[in-house]
Every structure is written in C-alpha cells, then in structure tokens.
Design a protein around this ligand. Structure first.
Ligand SMILES: [Zn+2]
Length: 341
C-alpha cells in the first residue's frame, strides 16, 4: 500500500511538474510567435496582391512601388483604382523634354523613332466637347489607359469643366491653336499665326487653372514652316501622326475601328490620330481598345518634362476676352440659391 501510495504521489508530482514546465515554456512562445505569424501572413500576400493588378499597367507606378517597399500603404493611396483585371492599361510612360521643339509622327517628322514594335500612342484632337469628350474619357477609364488631348483654345473656353476632367483623369493636355485655323493659309500674317498659337495655350491654361503640356498639333496637319520654327523657340513638341483614323469622315463606328486596326497591323506601331470632338469616336473606342488589346498592342503614355511657359500678355488677353460686360456685381450667393437638393 505504502509503495502504491508512494507511486501515486510520485505520479501526481511528476504530472504537475510536467504540466508546469509545458505551461512555462509554451505560454511565452505563444505570445511571441503569434504576432510574427499574423504579421507574416498579412504582410507577404498583400504587397503582391496590391502590385499584381494595377502595377503592370504603368511603369511609373511600378517604379513608385519599388522605391518605397518600407511603406506598404503609400502605393495603395497613389495607385488609381483599376477594376478591370483584363484592361488594356498603360505599358509605359515616357517623359518628353520639349527643348528646341522636337517633332513626333512619321507622317511629317522622321527623326524620333521611340516606339517599340506593337506600341501605340492614343491622341485626340479638337475637344473639349459635351457628350463626345466624356464618352472618350469613359472608354479610356474602363480600359485604365491614357491619351494625349490636343485642345482647341476656343472650345476650352466654352467647356473648361470638361477639359479639367481630361486633366484630372491623368491624361496629357496639349493644344491645337485657338480657333482651329489653317496656319499654312497664305491669308495668315506672321502676327496672326503667333496669336493663334499663343492664345491657344493661354486659353487652355485658363480653362485648366494650370499651364498645359508644351505639346501642339497643327490643324489639318498643315505645317507652316515659320510656325514650326517659332514653336521650336518656344520649346513646344509638335505632333503629326503615324496613322490617321479619319474618324471625322467615318460613316459609322465600325469603319473607325477597321481603319485603325488595318493601318496599325500594317505599320506594327504608331501614334494614332483621333478626335474626341467626334461622336462616333467615343462610340468606336470601347471596341477599338479591345481590338488593340487582343492584337497584343500596348499603350505608351506621353507626358511633358515641364509645363508650357505662357506669355503674360496672352494670358491677360484671354481673361479680358472672356469677361463679358455685365451690370451686375452681386456675389454668386446673392444670385443663385439652392432651394432643393
Ligand atoms: Zn483638328
């Protein structure tokens, strides 16, 4: 009995000691290990998940996320949301140093061949315009891609809020003269040519609330040699085209899609000329962007290294021309009152 009792006591003591040792060693380990496990599980999958979707669509964003690995929340804030996992996107963004007035588009300028095979640049002229420009913006947003817009100065003064939408969506805004005249016309004096160019830039600046990119396209691609030289002194990059969509004379949206795809398949790459001013262009764009994606084409976005430096006298001229004489000087709150929301 005494032996049996002794054995029982020894067993109980041993069990208590074993339990105590287990408790002592396992509790602190659990406390230390738990946060590490949680941190590892959450930290590892998150950055790839964040980077995997939007990052491949824009080189600039990839660079941003690579240079800031220590602050995971920052790229999330910086990246615009792209909810389309199969979007055309932007394969790379190039920054243009416009010093001396470089020319792009092989229809007229042959020096700068910067596009790789299967790369395209989307460009849109003559806006901003109600309905049509927003339709183009919507199509581009759905494919998470970007373009360059050459705005007519007068149209910018009519619809500044639409042009600001273009800018706010991350597109590049350049100009296309003030009133879309043929600068190569013999009727145009040197002063009139200069006025059309400078007023165009100042009008777009007034609409945007900030200077546009020093990017310009001649109306009707009519390159007045004197104007080309002048724009060079003003450090403005000039854009012709590699392939014209001829959207302004298309009978339907299918024709625009077919014209662009036929030409781009033949050339293999290029700067595409379209018009956000044209209704059919906005209708053609969703299909066209899908076809470009299916064809393996990639969109290159062009941005300017520095904004255009407008001339103060033309800025003042634009402000003066856009203020119609009115006898009322009452503040807006006294004139416009919200009565229902
Ligand atoms: Zn035009």
């Amino acid at each position: 009995m005494r032996n049996a009792l002794g054995l029982m006591l020894a067993s109980v003591v041993a069990a208590v000691v074993i339990a105590g040792v287990w408790f002592w060693t396992s509790s602190p380990r659990a406390e230390v290990a738990a946060p590490q496990t949680v941190a590892a599980r959450k930290a590892e999958p998150l950055p790839p998940a964040v980077a995997a979707k939007p990052a491949p669509r824009d080189d600039v964003q990839v660079t941003a996320s690579l240079t800031k690995p220590a602050t995971p929340p920052a790229p999330v804030v910086q990246k615009p949301a792209c909810t389309n996992p199969d979007a055309l996107g932007v394969s790379r963004t190039v920054v243009i140093d416009t010093t001396g007035g470089p020319g792009f588009g092989f229809d007229h300028f042959k020096q700068l061949d910067f596009l790789q095979d299967k790369e395209v640049v989307l460009t849109f002229d003559d806006g901003p315009w109600p309905h049509n420009t927003p339709a183009v913006l919507k199509a581009l947003a759905e494919e998470c891609t970007k373009g360059v817009f050459f705005s007519v100065g007068k149209h910018a003064t009519y619809h500044p809020e639409i042009l600001r939408q273009v800018l706010n969506a991350g597109h590049t805004v350049g100009t296309h003269t003030f009133s879309h005249v043929n600068l190569n016309s013999k009727k145009m004096t040197e002063q009139q040519v200069k006025d059309e160019l400078e007023k165009g830039f100042s009008a777009v600046k007034m609409a945007l609330g900030q200077p546009p990119a020093p990017f310009f396209r001649f109306p009707q691609l009519q390159h007045n040699p004197g104007a080309v030289t002048y724009l060079g002194t003003r450090n403005v990059a000039m854009f012709s085209t590699d392939l014209d969509s001829f959207d302004f004379r298309a009978k339907n949206s299918e024709q625009i899609v077919n014209t662009v795809m036929t030409k781009v398949d033949k050339l293999g790459k290029g700067i595409i000329l379209m018009h956000d001013f044209q209704k059919l262009t906005g209708e053609a764009l969703p299909t066209l962007l899908r076809r470009l994606k299916a064809g393996g084409y990639k969109v290159v976005h062009m941005r300017a290294k520095t904004p255009f430096d407008t001339l103060p006298e033309y800025d003042a001229m634009m402000v003066k021309e856009n203020k119609l004489p009115t006898v009322s000087s009452r503040p807006v709150g006294a004139v416009v009152q919200t009565v229902s929301e």
